[in-house]
Design a protein. Structure first.
Length: 222
């Protein structure tokens, strides 16, 4: 039975969040294809993690018996989050663009699970794990656009997950502000096209990954 780790980080509720809508399409397709699978869900906005601090940074280099209470708590949280990540057969992340990069809540999760010698670096405990990132944004930062150089969501996450040895795929619903920003009114058709393509890609990817694990878990026929 395969496990999907699903993280959302949008500050908006599902009905007004492009990233949550698209991650939901992925998740629904995953469950439809693999109903006996497990979904572990974290809403990083509703239930934010504590920031990576001195206790978390120092706990790994201190003998467990000599850790302070703060170091013990920080180490326990990091262990919980890393083991949750390592147990996942696939990872789904909603990563809307805020001020040209990812939400601080998602950055905090990354800080907690980025451990050189375990998840990143020479040893990569989730190497090969498929990670699908729904990188929604209000405008367009695609190559050739005026703000191409302001794109710090895909560029950043691709580098991080490369350090993890993961298999990374991006789904990018863009121009999401076209319906609410009068200055972008002429871009509404492109926004709708992008949304439809993202939903289609999410459903296809969710179904594909679920089928991959369902097939691998099926008993051999004699």
């Amino acid at each position: 039975m395969a496990t999907l780790l699903h993280l959302d980080s949008s500050v908006f509720p599902a009905e007004s969040s492009a990233s949550r809508t698209v991650t939901a399409a992925f998740r629904d397709a995953w469950l439809a294809q693999h109903p006996e699978g497990t979904v572990v869900y974290r809403d990083l906005d509703a239930d934010p993690l504590p920031h990576f601090d001195a206790a978390a940074a120092s706990a790994g280099s201190v003998d467990p018996a000599e850790r302070t209470p703060a170091q013990q708590a920080a180490a326990a949280l990091r262990t919980e989050l890393v083991e949750e990540l390592e147990a996942a057969d696939a990872v789904l992340i909603g990563a809307p663009m805020y001020n040209f990069t990812i939400p601080s809540t998602l950055k905090t999760w990354l800080d907690q699970v980025f451990i050189i010698g375990r998840t990143a670096g020479d040893k990569q405990s989730i190497a090969g794990t498929p990670i699908t990132v729904v990188a929604s944004r209000g405008g367009s930062y695609a190559p050739g656009t005026p703000r191409e150089g302001f794109e710090f969501v895909q560029n950043y996450l691709e580098k991080v997950f490369t350090m993890f040895g993961a298999e990374v795929d991006f789904i990018v619903p863009e121009l999401t502000l076209a319906h609410v920003n009068p200055a972008m009114a002429d871009l509404v058709p492109l926004a709708e096209k992008s949304r439809a393509a993202a939903l289609e890609a999410a459903a296809a990817k969710g179904g594909e990954l679920a089928a991959r694990h369902a097939d691998s878990a099926a008993p051999a026929q004699s």
